[in-house]
Design a protein around this ligand. Sequence first.
Ligand SMILES: [Zn+2]
Length: 372
Amino acid sequence: MMKPLLLFLILLPLTAGALVIYPEIYTSETLKNKYEKYSFRVLIVPGHDDETKNGAVYRGLLEADLNVKLAQELKRFLETDPRFQVILTRDENGYQPYLVDLFQEGRSEVTEFRDRVKKVHRELVGGGLLKDTEAPVAHVSVSSEDSIKLYGINYWVGRNSVDLVLHVHFNDYPGRLRAFPGKYTGFAIYTPDRQLPNGRASGELAKSIFERLKKYFTVSDFPKESTGIIEDPDLIALGASGSLYNPALLIEYGYIYETQFIDVDVRPMAVQELAYQTFLGIKKYLDPNDDSVESSILPYIWRNGVGIGLRADPDIFALQLALMAEEVYGCGPTGNFFNCTHRGVIALQKKYGISPTGFVGPKTLELLNSLY
Ligand SMILES: [Zn+2]
C-alpha cells in the first residue's frame, strides 16, 4: 500500500504542476471517532425534485416524492441516536433555502468549483496518475440544471463538515413500456470509484448497509447490478472528478413499479423497513457492538390466516419479512401471496415440523407469533 502512494507523491510535482493530490480525509477511524463524539453529520439527498421531474414514474407514483418519504423515515431513525445530526436537502416544500440560494445566486461559484475539479481530475487521468475508468451502468444523462444542483450539493458539503452523503433513489430502466411494470426488481448500492478520495470508506460502509438490506430484501436482478454494490466513477452524487472527500452512497431501493411501492397499504411498511435497515447498516458500521432490534416491522402480531391469491396485504408483507429472515424464501417482501410465498410457507412449516400445507392457518400463526 505504501509504495504507490510514495510514487504518487514524487511524481505529482513533476508531472502535474500545482495539482492537489487526493488525500483520504475520511477513513473508518475518523468516522467512528466523529460518531463517538456525538458529531456525525449525515446529509440525506432525496434524488431528483419536482422542478426537473426527471425521476422514475409509475402509475402516478413519482420517484421524486417517494425518495422524500424514504429520506424522512431514514432521518427519523437516525435521530433516535443522538450521535447523529441529520440534514435533508429537501422535503415536500422544496430545497433548503441556503441550497436554493446556492443554486441561484451562487451559480457561478458552483460552476467554477465544478470546472476546477473536472480540470484537475482530467489532468490526473491525462498524466497517467489515475485510470480512466468507465461507468459499469449507463445512466440517464444529467441536464445542466441537475449538474449545478448535484455539484452545488458537493460544494456545500465540502464547506459544512458533513461526514456522510446518502442519495436516495428508486430505480427504473430505459425501454420499459410506461404503462406496465418492468422485469427487474431489487435494490442496488452505488459507490464512488475506488480511485476517488472517498472511495474506500464509502465502499466499506456500502458493505455494511448491503448486509442489512439483503437480509430482508432482494438484490437487483438487473444483470449489471447483480453484485448489489456497484462502483461508479461518473455519478456526480458520489463525488465524480474528486468533488467529494466525504463518503457518499447512492442507494436504488428497488424498482418504482414493484408492488410493495405501488400498493398504498403496503408502501409505508416497505419504505419504513428499507430506511430502518439502512440506518442499522450505518450504525453497525460505526459501532460493531450495536444491539438494536433486527427489524422495524418484526416482531409483528399476525391474527388472520393467509393463503395463495391474496394481495396487497400488510400481514403478508410482514410474513415475507419473517420468511426472508428464516432464509426459506428468496422473492422479497411484496405484500402479494403467490407461488413463491406458498413455497416459502411450506419450507417454514417443514423446518418447524408443521404439516406443509402452504397455507398460514392457526398452527403457523402460532409459530410466527412465537418466533417474531
Ligand atoms: Zn432516481
